[in-house]
Design a protein around this ligand. Sequence first.
Ligand code: PLP
Ligand code: SF4
Length: 344
Amino acid sequence: MKSPLPIPAALTGVDALEDLGLVAPGDRDALEAVAAEFRVRITPVMAGLASAGVRAQFVPDARELAVRPEELADPIGDDAHRPVPGLTHRYPDRAILHATQTCEVYCRFCFRRETVGETGTLAEAEFDRVVDYLRSHPAVREVIFTGGDPLVLSARRLGAMLDRLEAVESLESVRFHTRVPVVAPEKVTGALAAALDRALPVWVVVHANHADEITEAAAAALRRLNRAGVPLLSQTVLLKGVNADPDTLEALFRKLIRNRVKPYYLHHPDLAKGTGHFRLTLAEGQAIMASLRGRLTGIAQPLYVLDIPGGHGKVPVGPGYLRREGEGWVVTDPQGAEHRYRDL
Ligand SMILES: *Cc1c(COP(=O)(O)O)cnc(C)c1O
Ligand code: SF4
């Protein structure tokens, strides 16, 4: 599956894509328009994979110019709960820290596609305000680094930020949501793993959407994190043209388990602008999840969730196995047969 020539640097424009034969003749003008609207960046590791499920995530598509009326600039309402710059505090016990807006890749379906890449790294003075906020809000037990992609920051800078957070006594854990171990595994250096290996537990949630993304280099990066005592979880976005069928997801979830990563969330795609060609219905998503139940080990089953547009939070969206009937319930088993159940 590897391309014959190593790709030396990240691809960031239509010219570079064309050189690699990733632009269909006649698409050039449309793709220039897409690239002007939504940033393009593909790491050498990902550009070197010929897998259609991987390419569709990163190579721009003329269909991104089609914005549907229901699509939103801030589909999950990050901006609705922002007490200080860089922090989103929606749930009482945890807050999201936007440490940087930069990513190693710009995913074509990204729910933050209108903010990524723009504003750089959180300034030192802004981080001071975040720490002050956390000190004065001890109900916050967990800080979740996201972005952008927080693991684009240097090991030194991350270590310094974690030192400050470790001194906030109310914090019980820190979490990173990142694509770096998969899309730029060489960035998970020994120094980075060491920076995450500390008394305050650091959890890493790896964003992975297709088994082909998990190269040998990615597996080695995950192992470095695992050896540093970092528990590994994954999140996956359900995407038409990438992974929206049971076999593709089963292969991904098994490969994650094989690499000591526990599948955590399967996200229904958000209403981000120009991403309609990736979306499927909730009923289709539920049918995929139902077919994995029973045939795939329980530890490889993520929770299928929807982030309710407008900042109302994430909720599981099924499939459901239970309905009321008379005084009791009817429960559906993994094969689809129904059984009566009386709880009282
Ligand atoms: C997704 C999200 C979280 C984390 O939710 P978990 O269910 O704990 O993974 C926290 N805050 C915000 C604003 C979120 O969107
Ligand atoms: S790495 Fe994450 S934040 Fe960055 S473009 Fe991809 S999905 Fe969006």
